[in-house]
Design a protein around this ligand. Structure first.
Ligand SMILES: [Fe+2]
Ligand SMILES: [Fe+2]
Length: 200
Protein backbone atom coordinates (compact mmCIF):
# COMPACT_ATOMS: atom_id res chain seq x y z
CA UNK A 1 0.00 0.00 0.00
CA UNK A 2 1.41 3.41 -0.95
CA UNK A 3 0.09 6.78 0.32
CA UNK A 4 1.07 10.41 -0.22
CA UNK A 5 0.60 12.46 2.96
CA UNK A 6 1.03 16.12 3.92
CA UNK A 7 2.55 15.33 7.34
CA UNK A 8 5.31 13.07 8.59
CA UNK A 9 3.42 9.78 8.99
CA UNK A 10 5.40 7.62 11.45
CA UNK A 11 2.51 7.29 13.95
CA UNK A 12 0.11 5.92 11.33
CA UNK A 13 2.00 2.72 10.43
CA UNK A 14 3.05 2.23 14.07
CA UNK A 15 -0.61 2.18 15.14
CA UNK A 16 -1.59 -0.04 12.23
CA UNK A 17 1.25 -2.38 13.12
CA UNK A 18 -0.11 -2.89 16.63
CA UNK A 19 -3.43 -3.98 15.09
CA UNK A 20 -1.66 -6.31 12.62
CA UNK A 21 0.45 -8.06 15.27
CA UNK A 22 3.73 -6.36 14.34
CA UNK A 23 3.69 -7.85 10.85
CA UNK A 24 3.95 -4.58 8.89
CA UNK A 25 7.10 -2.99 7.52
CA UNK A 26 7.14 0.52 6.06
CA UNK A 27 9.26 3.13 4.33
CA UNK A 28 8.77 6.89 4.45
CA UNK A 29 10.41 9.34 2.06
CA UNK A 30 9.94 13.10 1.75
CA UNK A 31 9.49 14.64 -1.68
CA UNK A 32 8.55 18.27 -2.39
CA UNK A 33 6.96 18.87 1.03
CA UNK A 34 4.84 15.69 0.88
CA UNK A 35 5.55 12.35 2.53
CA UNK A 36 5.41 9.06 0.65
CA UNK A 37 4.46 6.15 2.88
CA UNK A 38 4.77 2.55 1.62
CA UNK A 39 3.40 -0.16 3.92
CA UNK A 40 4.06 -3.87 3.33
CA UNK A 41 2.14 -6.59 5.12
CA UNK A 42 4.30 -9.68 5.76
CA UNK A 43 1.23 -11.93 5.35
CA UNK A 44 0.62 -10.54 1.88
CA UNK A 45 4.31 -10.86 0.99
CA UNK A 46 4.33 -14.59 1.91
CA UNK A 47 1.10 -15.37 0.06
CA UNK A 48 2.16 -13.37 -3.01
CA UNK A 49 5.49 -15.24 -3.02
CA UNK A 50 3.72 -18.61 -3.34
CA UNK A 51 1.61 -17.35 -6.26
CA UNK A 52 4.65 -15.71 -7.89
CA UNK A 53 6.49 -19.06 -7.69
CA UNK A 54 3.55 -20.81 -9.39
CA UNK A 55 3.38 -18.16 -12.12
CA UNK A 56 7.14 -18.32 -12.73
CA UNK A 57 6.90 -22.11 -12.89
CA UNK A 58 4.13 -21.83 -15.52
CA UNK A 59 6.46 -19.70 -17.66
CA UNK A 60 9.41 -22.01 -17.11
CA UNK A 61 7.36 -25.13 -18.04
CA UNK A 62 5.92 -23.52 -21.19
CA UNK A 63 9.40 -22.22 -22.08
CA UNK A 64 10.92 -25.71 -21.87
CA UNK A 65 8.11 -27.08 -24.04
CA UNK A 66 8.48 -24.30 -26.64
CA UNK A 67 12.22 -24.91 -26.93
CA UNK A 68 11.67 -28.66 -27.30
CA UNK A 69 8.91 -28.11 -29.88
CA UNK A 70 11.17 -25.84 -31.94
CA UNK A 71 13.78 -28.60 -32.14
CA UNK A 72 11.20 -31.33 -32.82
CA UNK A 73 9.76 -29.27 -35.68
CA UNK A 74 13.25 -29.29 -37.20
CA UNK A 75 13.35 -33.09 -36.77
CA UNK A 76 16.09 -32.85 -34.10
CA UNK A 77 14.78 -35.44 -31.62
CA UNK A 78 18.23 -36.07 -30.09
CA UNK A 79 18.58 -32.49 -28.80
CA UNK A 80 14.87 -32.15 -27.99
CA UNK A 81 14.54 -35.30 -25.85
CA UNK A 82 16.45 -34.01 -22.76
CA UNK A 83 14.31 -30.86 -22.86
CA UNK A 84 11.11 -32.91 -23.10
CA UNK A 85 12.32 -35.05 -20.19
CA UNK A 86 12.97 -31.92 -18.10
CA UNK A 87 9.52 -30.61 -19.09
CA UNK A 88 7.85 -33.87 -17.96
CA UNK A 89 9.60 -33.76 -14.57
CA UNK A 90 8.74 -30.07 -14.07
CA UNK A 91 5.08 -30.53 -15.04
CA UNK A 92 4.59 -33.63 -12.85
CA UNK A 93 6.14 -31.75 -9.92
CA UNK A 94 3.97 -28.67 -10.52
CA UNK A 95 0.70 -30.60 -10.80
CA UNK A 96 1.54 -32.71 -7.71
CA UNK A 97 2.17 -29.53 -5.68
CA UNK A 98 -1.13 -27.95 -6.75
CA UNK A 99 -3.12 -31.15 -6.19
CA UNK A 100 -1.51 -31.83 -2.83
CA UNK A 101 -1.28 -28.33 -1.37
CA UNK A 102 -3.81 -26.08 -3.08
CA UNK A 103 -6.71 -27.92 -4.75
CA UNK A 104 -8.43 -28.69 -1.48
CA UNK A 105 -8.20 -25.27 0.17
CA UNK A 106 -11.40 -23.29 0.18
CA UNK A 107 -11.77 -19.64 -0.70
CA UNK A 108 -14.19 -17.17 0.76
CA UNK A 109 -17.02 -18.23 -1.59
CA UNK A 110 -17.05 -21.90 -0.77
CA UNK A 111 -19.47 -23.11 -3.46
CA UNK A 112 -17.66 -21.27 -6.24
CA UNK A 113 -14.36 -22.53 -4.88
CA UNK A 114 -15.60 -26.15 -4.82
CA UNK A 115 -16.64 -25.86 -8.46
CA UNK A 116 -13.33 -24.31 -9.49
CA UNK A 117 -11.39 -26.94 -7.55
CA UNK A 118 -13.31 -29.70 -9.37
CA UNK A 119 -12.49 -28.10 -12.75
CA UNK A 120 -8.84 -27.76 -11.71
CA UNK A 121 -8.59 -31.42 -10.71
CA UNK A 122 -10.32 -32.53 -13.92
CA UNK A 123 -7.94 -30.46 -16.04
CA UNK A 124 -4.97 -31.87 -14.13
CA UNK A 125 -6.18 -35.41 -14.90
CA UNK A 126 -6.46 -34.49 -18.61
CA UNK A 127 -2.94 -33.02 -18.56
CA UNK A 128 -1.57 -36.17 -16.88
CA UNK A 129 -3.30 -38.30 -19.52
CA UNK A 130 -1.73 -36.29 -22.35
CA UNK A 131 1.61 -36.49 -20.57
CA UNK A 132 1.35 -40.30 -20.52
CA UNK A 133 1.66 -40.34 -24.34
CA UNK A 134 4.83 -38.24 -24.15
CA UNK A 135 6.28 -40.52 -21.44
CA UNK A 136 5.50 -43.58 -23.58
CA UNK A 137 7.37 -42.08 -26.55
CA UNK A 138 10.30 -41.04 -24.35
CA UNK A 139 10.60 -44.65 -23.13
CA UNK A 140 11.43 -45.76 -26.69
CA UNK A 141 15.06 -46.14 -27.75
CA UNK A 142 14.86 -43.46 -30.43
CA UNK A 143 11.65 -41.44 -30.00
CA UNK A 144 10.12 -40.29 -33.26
CA UNK A 145 10.38 -36.49 -33.58
CA UNK A 146 7.11 -36.09 -35.52
CA UNK A 147 5.06 -38.14 -33.03
CA UNK A 148 6.63 -36.40 -30.07
CA UNK A 149 5.90 -33.03 -31.70
CA UNK A 150 2.19 -33.91 -32.12
CA UNK A 151 1.76 -34.70 -28.42
CA UNK A 152 3.90 -31.77 -27.26
CA UNK A 153 1.87 -29.38 -29.43
CA UNK A 154 -1.36 -30.68 -27.92
CA UNK A 155 0.05 -30.25 -24.41
CA UNK A 156 1.21 -26.75 -25.26
CA UNK A 157 -2.35 -25.75 -26.21
CA UNK A 158 -3.86 -27.45 -23.16
CA UNK A 159 -1.35 -25.90 -20.76
CA UNK A 160 -1.63 -22.39 -22.17
CA UNK A 161 -5.42 -22.46 -21.55
CA UNK A 162 -5.04 -24.17 -18.18
CA UNK A 163 -2.44 -21.72 -16.85
CA UNK A 164 -4.47 -18.74 -17.97
CA UNK A 165 -7.67 -20.09 -16.33
CA UNK A 166 -5.78 -20.98 -13.18
CA UNK A 167 -4.15 -17.57 -12.84
CA UNK A 168 -7.48 -15.78 -13.40
CA UNK A 169 -9.82 -18.06 -11.45
CA UNK A 170 -7.83 -20.02 -8.89
CA UNK A 171 -5.10 -17.57 -7.87
CA UNK A 172 -7.54 -15.04 -6.28
CA UNK A 173 -9.28 -17.87 -4.40
CA UNK A 174 -6.01 -19.40 -3.25
CA UNK A 175 -4.84 -15.95 -2.19
CA UNK A 176 -7.98 -15.35 -0.11
CA UNK A 177 -7.75 -18.80 1.49
CA UNK A 178 -4.04 -18.51 2.25
CA UNK A 179 -4.48 -15.07 3.85
CA UNK A 180 -6.78 -16.78 6.37
CA UNK A 181 -4.18 -19.35 7.37
CA UNK A 182 -2.01 -18.96 10.43
CA UNK A 183 1.61 -17.88 10.20
CA UNK A 184 3.11 -21.37 10.68
CA UNK A 185 0.94 -22.84 7.89
CA UNK A 186 1.73 -19.96 5.51
CA UNK A 187 5.47 -20.07 6.07
CA UNK A 188 5.47 -23.88 5.81
CA UNK A 189 3.63 -23.68 2.50
CA UNK A 190 6.03 -21.07 1.13
CA UNK A 191 9.02 -23.26 2.07
CA UNK A 192 7.45 -26.31 0.44
CA UNK A 193 6.61 -24.24 -2.66
CA UNK A 194 10.25 -23.10 -2.96
CA UNK A 195 11.40 -26.71 -2.70
CA UNK A 196 8.73 -28.25 -4.94
CA UNK A 197 8.80 -25.59 -7.65
CA UNK A 198 12.59 -25.31 -7.84
CA UNK A 199 13.52 -23.64 -11.09
CA UNK A 200 15.60 -25.62 -13.56
FE1 LIG B 1 -2.56 -26.48 -12.64
FE1 LIG C 1 -0.28 -24.18 -12.13
Amino acid sequence: MALILAQEPSLLPANLNLERQERLTWDTTEAGGDWNLTVNDQIHIEVSAVLALLEADHKSIIGLLARALGLLNQGDAATAVPLVQAFVVALDRHVAFEDGELAAIHGVAETVSDQSSAILLREHREISQQLTHVKRLLAQNRPDAAQLAVHCRLLSETLTKHHSGEEHNMFPQWEAALMERDEVARIGLLQRAKKALAME
